[in-house]
Design a protein around this ligand. Structure first.
Ligand SMILES: C[C@@]1(CC(=O)O)C2=NC(=C\c3[nH]c(c(CCC(=O)O)c3CC(=O)O)Cc3[nH]c(c(CC(=O)O)c3CCC(=O)O)/C=C3\N/C(=C\2)[C@@H](CCC(=O)O)[C@]3(C)CC(=O)O)/[C@H]1CCC(=O)O
Ligand SMILES: NC(=O)c1ccc[n+]([C@@H]2O[C@H](COP(=O)([O-])OP(=O)(O)OC[C@H]3O[C@@H](n4cnc5c(N)ncnc54)[C@H](O)[C@@H]3O)[C@@H](O)[C@H]2O)c1
Length: 244
């Protein structure tokens, strides 16, 4: 199995060709549309879902068999026919044109494979077993979707605001300091709707090396012996105990 390199692709405005109009093709459309692709489906028949998407104008459906040249101008493609030699032809065209291609039935012919995705806006977690077991990827997705750790995603907006403000000031914050400041208390504030207060607390803790409960010497922050981190760990443990 190849050693896949995980990436997040910006597909906004890019052309995507999906060959085949079955349930597997339909399953690929949602995520690609959400990413802003211009999708053309090429297939002599199509599921009701694909037909409806075409009627709404979300995608273009060309009701015919695949022909060489169909990938021309595409950035990304999916070969989702149930005919091996057709998927193989599409693969050869994609290789020649340098188009990224997912062949749903054949990992060896894929230049990319699709992960299982867990979302808690604006955070997404992509899970892959490298093709070993898609069923396991789904199991992990379903487990992680209910995992407490995913709640940290709720801090993303406040952290993004703090980051912007700090960038504007052209200040550099030690990466360890960021970790110290991402605490359960901060998360509680945000989840209780006190985001403005959370931003204030965060900015002061990030920037004020004199804050008594924070490490004084940023340059020598020791993650393993850090009291602030230990306090955050204790607080998380207490929280877990409380919700049990
Ligand atoms: C993540 C997900 C996204 C998506 O499909 O977009 C996805 N498969 C999903 C589900 C799923 N697919 C299959 C089952 C039945 C159980 C099982 O086989 O385990 C289930 C489980 C279910 O449906 O519950 C059958 C299957 N899949 C592949 C083959 C061919 C082969 O392995 O040779 C066969 C046999 C076909 C046959 O027998 O005819 C191949 C691939 N499937 C991948 C992705 C890529 C590797 C992902 C990775 O593990 O890293 C890869 C390599 C290429 C690709 O398609 O991108 C989606 C998760 C949905 C979710 O999160 O709920
Ligand atoms: N990757 C996965 O997760 C996964 C899971 C299950 C199945 N599969 C495989 O994916 C393939 C597709 O599955 P499905 O359930 O969507 O199959 P399906 O039979 O419902 O659909 C196949 C589609 O391909 C079209 N097609 C056939 N020949 C074509 C051609 N020459 N040009 C254009 N379109 C053509 C058919 O008209 C049909 O719309 C199957 O081979 C299946 O074994 C993959």
């Amino acid at each position: 199995m190849p050693d896949y390199y995980p990436v997040y692709l910006n597909l906004a405005g890019k052309r995507c060709v999906i060959v085949g109009g079955g349930t597997i093709a339909q399953g690929k459309i949602g995520g690609l549309l959400q990413a802003g692709c211009h999708i053309t489906v090429i297939s002599p028949d199509a599921t009701p879902g694909i037909r409806q998407a075409a009627q709404r104008g979300d995608i273009v459906w060309l009701q015919r068999n695949y022909e060489p040249g169909d990938l021309e101008g595409a950035f990304i493609g999916v070969a989702a026919t149930n005919v091996w030699h057709v998927n193989r032809e599409i693969y050869e065209e994609a290789e020649g044109l340098g188009v990224l291609l997912n062949v749903v039935d054949d990992p060896d012919l894929c230049s990319f494979i699709a992960p299982s995705v867990v979302k808690r806006e604006p955070v997404t977690m992509a899970i892959s077993t490298g093709g070993a077991s898609p069923a396991l990827a789904r199991k992990l997705r379903e487990t992680l979707a209910n995992a407490e750790a995913l709640e940290w995603a709720d801090l993303a907006d406040v952290l993004a605001q703090a980051r912007r403000i700090i960038k504007e000031k052209r200040t550099v914050i030690d990466p360890e300091r960021w970790q110290c400041c991402i605490t359960r208390e901060l998360l509680n504030m945000v989840q209780e709707g006190r985001s403005e207060e959370a931003l204030e607390v965060l900015l002061s803790q990030l920037q004020d090396s004199g804050t008594p409960e924070m490490c004084g010497d940023l340059a020598h922050c020791q993650p393993r012996t850090c009291q602030v981190r230990q306090a955050a760990r204790d607080s998380s443990a207490r929280h877990r105990e409380a919700v049990r």
